[in-house]
Design a protein around this ligand. Structure first.
Ligand code: C5P
Ligand code: MG
Length: 213
């Protein structure tokens, strides 16, 4: 809590530095759903690394389209140069100063790439980490696929690979931030409104206020 307050204070002093909250959790933990709620209530810009990669995959003439599709289908992580540059461009284009970065950093390469290029240009407020059992996450993603998500990775085969990547590559990143006291763990097994109650506590504790309207 103390380190969060310190970071918040230093970013308050230098208002030009964009503030970032990383959002991590297993596939199907509800990161996107919660990010929509947060962005509405706290005015953060929601940038999903997965959505930006899917967009780039669809962009006519993209030199990365095929590589991205292959990685997504196999639940593997795209090289950080591609993802970080998409995030950086989206941040600049928004003209805003507060960002929820959803699904990033997902592995060591992501973390190192961000540290190299972005950590001096941003203030990391904290990391929201949504905890949810593998069974429930799988059920949600398969349900999402059956309901027509159109995602090429909401199937059992891809999900198994996505979970392996999550356990082997993403969990060490969560642990890395945990050692720095930056992780806010949220139980994501309950209904979205209930999850959001806990999310709000994390934002309020960091001195971030809900928008008034
Ligand atoms: O977060 P989401 O579930 O939308 O991510 C879908 C896929 O996009 C991941 O399984 C991975 O293949 C790719 N991805 C990535 N690097 C990230 C985030 C997502 O390669 N930082
Ligand atoms: Mg998502």
């Amino acid at each position: 809590m103390f380190s969060c307050a310190l970071r918040y204070l230093s970013s308050y002093i230098n208002k030009m530095v964009p503030e970032v909250v990383f959002v991590l959790g297993a596939p199907g933990a509800g990161k996107g759903t919660q990010c929509s709620l947060i962005s509405k209530e706290y005015g953060f810009v929601h940038l999903s690394a997965g959505d930006l990669l899917r967009e780039e995959r669809q962009r006519p003439g993209s030199e990365y389209g095929e590589m991205i599709e292959q990685k997504i289908r196999n639940g593997e992580i795209v090289p950080v140069e591609v993802t970080c540059s998409l995030l950086h461009k989206a941040m600049q284009k928004s003209g805003q100063k507060r960002f929820l970065i959803d699904g990033f950093p997902r592995n060591k390469d992501n973390l190192e790439g961000w540290t190299r290029v972005m950590s001096d240009k941003t203030t990391l407020l904290f990391v929201l980490f949504f905890e949810c059992s593998r069974d429930l996450c799988t059920e949600r993603c398969l349900g999402r696929g059956a309901a027509g998500s159109g995602r090429s990775d909401d199937n059992l085969d891809s999900l198994q690979k996505r979970f392996n990547t999550y356990l082997n590559d993403t969990m060490p990143i969560v642990e890395h931030y945990e050692q720095q006291g930056l992780v806010r763990k949220i139980n994501a097994e309950v209904a979205p409104e209930k999850v959001f109650e806990d999310v709000k506590k994390a934002f309020d504790a960091c001195g971030l206020n809900q928008l008034t309207n």
